[in-house]
Design a protein around this ligand. Structure first.
Ligand SMILES: Nc1ncnc2c1ncn2[C@@H]1O[C@H](COP(=O)(O)OP(=O)(O)OP(=O)(O)O)[C@@H](O)[C@H]1O
Ligand SMILES: [Mg+2]
Length: 303
């Protein structure tokens, strides 16, 4: 059994006029200690998935198992504990992660209010986290006196305050420049390696996604493709570190092998782009078996 298992997740949002099906039977598994990226067009369901895995929303159907526990079976109190202690959130707008009237250190300490740690222990842990995200020098600064990237690093420290097993980051680099994005992504890699924490990052930046071992692409509320890093690229990445790493940009061209994902009922989602390239426009295709391969062709070309 995987650490995180999403089975047939469906999420329907009802507004006055319409119903939106944000997730349409999404399956996903994440192993303990994995760092994965989730990409997909706007409205494809990425945030909805993160909110459900993080226990902020309940699915309309389907289930999420974390460490073998079905989140739907938790009492309200247990769910609250799950959200506060087992999951850390990093949001796109650093402001959402921080209180503007508190210093970096106090922001981190205030996130520990539900723990049993004594004051001195909290302070010690906050200083350790500040060092981990390389922000010791800004321990006494207010968010307003820090750059977006610095605020986001404090936001990561806040997310780690209660020593969670899972870090969920929803477009953590959406509001910063590309150099800062690189730095923040490298930070997630470092935390994943050093703390062994399981991390899921939503991003719309494919060049960032290319830096992680596995990338799930969501389309219309389902996982459509899964890209796995090529072994030689992964090895090379491990050899590089820090600054060298950001300079190795060219390395990421063709870094991953992309696979389409079959759902539980063996259905396959084909991209509009690929269908267009093959000149397939109708809703009927010919599926045939040829020389060990399955061939999909349009109605006309099959005659
Ligand atoms: N609270 C809500 N009420 C109604 N509809 C919603 C709600 N939250 C999300 N949706 C709809 O569900 C779909 C998926 O939304 P979601 O926010 O998960 O997409 P996303 O992939 O995160 O998009 P983006 O890249 O823009 O952040 C969209 O059609 C969205 O309009
Ligand atoms: Mg979103």
């Amino acid at each position: 059994m995987s650490f995180i298992e999403c089975d047939g997740l469906v999420k329907i949002f009802k507004t006055e006029e319409i119903e939106v099906m944000a997730l349409q039977g999404l399956d996903m598994t994440v192993e303990k200690g994995e760092l994965i990226a989730v990409i997909g067009k706007s409205g494809s369901g990425k945030s909805t998935l993160m909110n459900i895995v993080g226990g902020l929303e309940k699915p309309s159907a389907g289930r999420v198992l974390v460490d073998g526990v079905n989140l739907s079976e938790l009492s309200e109190k247990e769910m609250d504990a799950y959200r506060k202690k087992r999951v850390g959130f990093v949001w796109q707008k650093a402001g959402r992660n921080l209180f503007g009237f508190l210093t970096s250190r106090d922001n981190i300490i205030s996130a520990m209010q539900f723990t049993k740690l004594k004051k001195a222990e909290k302070e010690k842990r906050a200083d350790m986290l500040l060092e981990l995200v390389d922000m010791t020098k800004k321990a006494d600064s207010l968010p307003a006196n820090m750059s977006g990237g610095e605020q986001q690093r404090i936001g990561i420290a806040v997310a780690l305050a209660n020593d969670p097993d899972i870090l969920l980051a929803d477009e953590p680099t959406g509001a910063v420049d590309s150099m800062t994005s690189d730095m923040i992504f490298d930070m997630f890699r470092k935390l994943n390696k050093e703390l062994g924490i399981t991390i899921i990052i939503v991003t719309h930046d494919n060049s960032l996604a290319a830096k992680v071992d596995r990338v799930l692409s969501i389309s219309d509320g389902k996982v459509s493709t899964e890209s796995i890093i090529k072994e030689q690229v992964r090895k090379r990445l491990e050899e590089l570190s820090g600054e060298e790493y950001s300079l190795a940009e060219g390395l990421f061209d063709n870094s991953h092998e992309e696979y389409s994902v079959l759902d539980k009922a063996r259905r396959l989602q084909l991209s509009k782009e690929m269908l267009g390239a093959a000149g397939i426009s109708g809703n009927r295709v010919k599926v045939s078996y040829k020389d060990g391969n399955i061939v999909i062709s349009g109605e006309k070309s099959s005659t």
